[in-house]
Design a protein around this ligand. Structure first.
Ligand code: TXA
Ligand code: MG
Length: 333
């Protein structure tokens, strides 16, 4: 398959929208990461997304909408929490899980009776959804298991030849995927942490927001680690290189990284280091996935990453990605 490379011009977005309406696959920018879009109501199109990504088919997708009214076509839920969120966050990097209408194919929701929905904060994405005339199911536009793409060239590296088109829309502003918030139970529960933090959500909802147990638990402890979001159980975001996260006081972490780097280099290994500024959480979110991809492209054998403080909500979200990338390979100093 030859993949068309498109711009964000109106004509090109229109072309992309036609591809989606006809059952094809288009990668497009959002404010979080690039998505790989298909008509969410077209079972065959959705199946081909799984194929292009090499993704296990029980992992449900996020359905993207352009207007508040679009949500009512996907869910019968009339939860007042939905309006609070839609009014204050959408368009933005937050996904809600609500009960699904029967019109949504099982393929889209991985057989669940719930659906994940978000309105992305990207003009290009919103125009694409409007012009396609359907909600767009879109997982991140990477091969399953590799780091999420935050730049069009990262999408091309994974998806060229596997999908119909890529819209080149520049770098993603946020850089990590949306916060996923489950609203199907009495307590609003974060299934995936992101740029929209628990504190911000509590403020907006005026009630407590919980974290899914699997997020705070110890992955070595099975009972702690029964994910409610199917996407949390797979190997994720992994670079090709071996990766170690170093955790501890800032100076100790820097020393340990230096020591290990020297040692590995003496063994003839090529080493990459990822260390963000102390309070630079937004910058870390923005850069993390692209740093992994750049280090892989440079052919490093080992990546040493300094842990961020996970007290801050965005720091917690970045650490969630960092620990998964490293396969929970952590050294405390
Ligand atoms: O920022 C984002 O959310 C990006 C952009 C493209 O919008 N999309 C994204 O999609 O990250 P994906 O497929 O890589 O991640 C979707 C996550 C997975 O962890 C999945 O398990 C969870 O959302 N999810 C989807 N539907 C769900 C449902 N009905 N119940 C619980 N979790 C669900
Ligand atoms: Mg993903």
């Amino acid at each position: 398959m030859i993949t068309e490379h498109l711009t964000t011009s109106r004509d090109d977005i229109e072309k992309a929208a036609k591809i989606i309406a006809a059952g094809g696959l288009v990668a497009f920018p959002t404010e979080t990461v690039y998505g790989l879009g298909a008509d969410a109501l077209n079972e065959k199109a959705v199946a081909s997304v799984y194929e292009a990504k090499g993704r296990p088919s029980d992992n449900p997708m996020i359905v993207h909408i352009a207007k508040r009214e679009d949500l009512d076509k996907l869910t019968p839920d009339r939860d007042p929490r939905i309006d609070k969120i839609a009014d204050s966050i959408w368009p933005g990097p937050l996904t809600i899980v609500v009960s699904k209408r029967p019109e949504i194919p099982e393929r889209t929701t991985g057989g669940l009776d719930t659906v994940a929905v978000r309105m992305p904060d990207s003009e290009t994405a919103l125009q694409l959804i409007e012009m396609a005339g359907c909600p767009i199911a879109a997982p991140s536009a990477n091969l399953s298991g590799s780091p999420s793409p935050t730049r069009a060239r990262d999408v091309a590296a994974d998806m060229d030849g596997r999908i119909d088109a890529i819209i080149y829309g520049g770098d993603c502003r946020v850089g990590i995927e949306s916060t996923v918030l489950d609203l199907t139970g009495a307590k609003a529960t974060i299934l995936r942490p992101g740029y929209i933090t628990a504190d911000a959500l509590e403020e907006i909802l005026g009630e407590d927001v919980e974290y899914d147990r699997a997020l705070k638990g110890d992955p070595a402890n099975e009972a702690d680690f029964k994910p409610r979001s199917p996407g949390m159980k797979y190997k994720h975001y992994a670079p090709k290189a071996e990766m170690i996260v170093i955790k501890g006081r800032r100076e100790d972490v820097a020393d340990e990284i230096e020591r290990r780097k020297k040692f590995a280099e003496e063994e003839g290994k090529k080493v990459g280091v990822i260390q963000f500024g102390e309070e630079a959480f937004a910058e870390a979110a923005h850069d993390f996935f692209s740093r992994l991809r750049d280090l892989d492209a440079q052919g490093v054998d080992l990546i040493l990453a300094g842990a961020l403080s996970d007290e801050d909500g965005v720091g917690f979200a970045v650490m969630n990605r960092m620990l998964k990338s490293a396969g929970y390979n952590v050294i405390r100093v």
